[in-house]
Design a protein around this ligand. Structure first.
Ligand code: ADP
Ligand code: ZN
Length: 753
């Protein structure tokens, strides 16, 4: 009798919370390990899966295991520690392991069966012998000034850079490189070439400032914290958090020889910060951004996996960079909601970062001027370390913030001016004129794109999207009505669908309208508008921001995308056109979001020696989100906001999960949502889990893209009961196969819409 075949468990990219058992044939192209890509037969098709471990065959229930068809790569695509991360995400967020693996691996590895062949190679120059003292240097390069230049350029670039790049920068001949190699100061290595457009962006390797005593202490505390520890770096805007990150990486990467990950909310919005990392660490940095093609992303993945690049900088998914020997993970602007993925697997990159740090012993830094309340409470209660940078670098003051009560402004304005004053109050307009006259720059925030957020007929009916329960936004260029959820478009001269009257009245200010008013009011000003509509191209964000940096823009107007991270010393004025836009959203975090946004945008002003002013226009001047932003009072805000999360209880008081049922037919959705709620209630009782259930109820956005949506909210003080209940629901309750019904669990949701 032949010996039983070896069996393995394979995770497949299917919406099922289980893995599948396959037999390993006696002969395979390459050995199979946990983390290896394998090709398996699924209903007559060849599908790429990930081997996640050995199997005892118990899931086969007597059936015979089908054999693997192919093992395309010589080594596992997923390193062991990343496979552990995938398992954790799959367990905690109740997501199929195969779908988790798919979102962790570069698309090129999950979509094509072709073997993971190396990319284009290039020659890299690497420093081997350090020349620490000046005398040693003078001695070594006595008769070779060009070699010295080359050596020092290489040093500035973090000790490794492509030969071609160095030769071009210095304008020297390849013989200079050969000379340096012969002396044994450097050596040449082969490495995968990255076809990355970011890599072509010129960066000045400017000297870095010396840390202030406060920064120095922060750096020391982070690098000497326990392995795997989490530290909150609570530094006000302009306190120099980036330099702290840079110095921590210098210690971890250059001195200790480890690797690091830096997460930023959105690469396109933070070219300045990315430039600073590249200025210090040069070729050690792989910038992972959404503009990369599949091939470029694969190249970057390989370079990180082989240790050719040791720092990954990127948005959410960069937390999966396949770096070995991680020494530090930095999550900048940790409060940003873009760290949460909005589709399966619905992971939060900050949570994954902390988990990965724990697993690998890396130090984890969460940086923010306005930490999320969850992080704040964890730090306050001693679960994370906490370091405060309460002052701006160089003794700079935070800008003075003035509140402009729009209701009073309108009362005081002469009738012909009223329409304009609802957008630009007299004090803000005056301030803009002054900046223009002095050649200084201004930033204006309005967190709503389009021209008008809705249009009405004489009867007061609002034009809504036929597919979503949301009003259509009026856009002027090009002129049309647009749904911001499903992109449905209607002609701008449409008539009301209720009464047939023309939809003439425009309500709810958008950025396009402010832009028009600015051009009329300040005709000599060079205005740049930055919102989703002006930044569709790959490099559109960077182009606009580079123009501002070069002084070619007087007024930068935009949505929340202009509030983050920008550091322009010539910006001396920030105006918030309407602070109230987010305040009344049906979400328990609406005050927190508003406070964060106002604080962030206020922090863009006065970052240079000229100081700065901020004007916040509002109709709710007494709201704590506005009041505390005025005094830059994070602690005051927390003191008022936390009690409101206690009753009714919401995070950080407890843990939340949102179970959403959606489908094409309203009664079917209501029915199934009720069934889901009943199932949860019974299971909760049966196992005495103590989870509180709210609903079923329609979601605040009742319909999106033709799908009706209902939800059930689960609250619990402990994690385990939620995991148990959600897993039970998703594996135990069958989703009826009609009206495209779907059931989704969103753990730690960042939006309840
Ligand atoms: P944050 O991210 O905390 O808002 P940044 O890191 O952008 O602040 O720093 C604000 C400004 O201060 C930047 O222009 C930075 O170059 C400068 N800066 C930071 N640290 C120092 C320092 N130790 N000495 C001089 N300038 C510094
Ligand atoms: Zn729509």
């Amino acid at each position: 009798m032949a010996t039983a075949a070896r069996l393995v468990e394979v995770a497949l990219p299917l919406p099922l919370l289980r893995t599948f058992t396959y037999a390993v044939p006696a002969e395979t192209r390459h050995p199979v390990h946990a983390g290896s890509r394998v090709v398996v037969p699924v209903r007559g098709k060849r599908v790429i899966g990930i081997c996640v471990g050995e199997s005892d065959g118990s899931a086969l229930a007597g059936k015979e295991a089908k054999p693997l068809l192919d093992v395309p790569d010589p080594t596992p695509a997923l390193p062991a520690d990343l496979l552990a991360v995938c398992r954790w995400i799959s367990e905690y967020y109740i997501a199929p392991l195969g779908l988790v693996c798919r979102s962790v691996l570069p698309a090129a590895l999950t979509s094509a069966i072709k073997p993971d062949a190396p990319g284009k190679q290039e020659r890299i120059l690497v420093i081997v012998g350090e020349l620490p003292t000046l005398t040693a240097r003078d001695e070594a390069f006595k008769r070779a000034p060009q070699q010295r230049q080359l050596y020092e350029l290489l040093e500035q670039l973090g000790g490794r850079a492509p030969v071609a790049h160095l030769v071009e920068q210095l304008g020297c001949t390849p013989s200079v490189v050969q000379g340096l190699v012969k002396r044994g100061h450097v050596r040449i290595e082969q490495a995968t070439r990255l076809r990355d457009p970011f890599a072509e962006r010129a960066i000045a390797s400017a000297p870095q400032p010396t840390p202030t005593p406060a920064q120095h202490e922060a750096i020391q505390r982070i690098v000497t914290s326990a392995r795997g520890a989490v530290t909150l770096l609570h530094g006000i805007t302009g306190s120099g958090k980036t330099l702290v990150y840079l110095e921590v990486l210098r210690e971890v990467v250059l001195t200790q020889g480890k690797s690091a990950i830096v997460l930023v909310p959105e690469i396109a919005l933070t070219p300045q910060a990315v430039d600073r990392f590249r200025a210090v660490f040069g070729d050690q940095v792989a910038v992972l951004h959404s503009g990369l093609s599949d091939g470029e992303r694969l190249d970057a993945w390989r370079a990180l996996q082989r240790g050719e690049r040791r720092i990954a900088v990127g948005a959410r998914s960069a937390i999966f960079a396949p770096l070995a020997n991680l020494g530090a993970i930095i999550v900048d602007e940790e409060h940003e909601t873009s760290y949460k993925q909005a589709e399966t697997p619905r992971y939060h990159a900050r949570e994954v970062a902390m988990m990965r740090a724990r697993e690998t012993g890396a130090r984890c830094v969460l940086g923010s001027a306005t930490p999320s309340l969850e992080t704040w409470v964890n730090a306050r209660d001693g679960r994370y370390g906490m370091i405060a940078l309460p002052d701006r670098v160089g003794g700079g003051a935070l800008p003075a913030v003035r509140i402009v009560d729009l209701r009073e402004e309108l009362r005081a304005a002469p009738a012909p001016d009223r329409a304009k004053r609802a957008v630009l109050s007299a004090p803000l307009e005056r301030a803009l004129h002054e900046r223009l006259a002095r050649g200084e720059q201004s930033i204006l925030l309005l967190n709503r794109r389009g021209y008008a957020s809705f249009v009405q007929c004489e009867e007061g009916h609002v034009a809504t999207c036929p597919n979503c329960s949301i009003s259509l936004t009026y856009h002027r260029t090009p002129e049309r009505l647009v749904c911001h959820y499903c992109m449905h478009q209607a002609p701008a001269d449409a008539n009301c669908s209720d009464c047939g009257l023309p939809l003439k009245r425009q309500r709810g200010l958008g950025t396009q309208q402010v832009e028009r008013l600015l051009v009329e009011t300040l005709p000599t000003a060079r205005v740049a508008r930055m919102d989703v509509d002006t930044t569709s191209g790959k490099w559109a964000h960077t182009e606009i921001l580079d123009r501002v940096a070069r002084g070619e823009v007087d007024i930068l107007l935009g949505t929340q995308m202009i509030a983050k991270g920008l550091d322009f010393p010539n910006v001396t004025l920030v105006g918030v056109i309407d602070a109230d836009i987010g305040i009344n959203m049906p979400d328990f975090r609406s005050s927190e979001r508003t406070f964060q946004l106002l604080s962030q945008v206020a922090g863009r002003a006065g970052r240079g020696p000229k100081g700065g002013d901020v004007f916040i226009q509002t109709r709710a001047p007494s709201h704590h989100a506005v009041r505390c932003a005025m005094t830059h009072d994070y602690h005051g805000f927390v003191a008022e906001e936390l009690p409101s999360r206690e009753s009714p209880a919401y995070p950080p008081t407890l843990r939340l999960a949102n179970v959403v049922v959606s489908g094409l037919d309203e009664p079917a959705v209501t029915d199934f949502a009720t069934q889901v709620a009943d199932w949860l209630t019974q299971a909760d009782l049966r196992f005495s889990l103590g989870v509180t259930l709210l609903g079923p109820a329609p979601c605040p956005l009742e319909r999106i893209k033709n799908r009706w949506r209902w939800h059930v909210l689960l609250k619990s003080e402990r994690q385990a009961p939620l995991t148990r209940l959600l897993r039970g629901l998703l594996t135990g309750l069958e989703v009826p196969a009609r009206h495209d019904l779907r059931l989704v669990a969103d753990r730690d949701p960042v939006s309840l819409l």
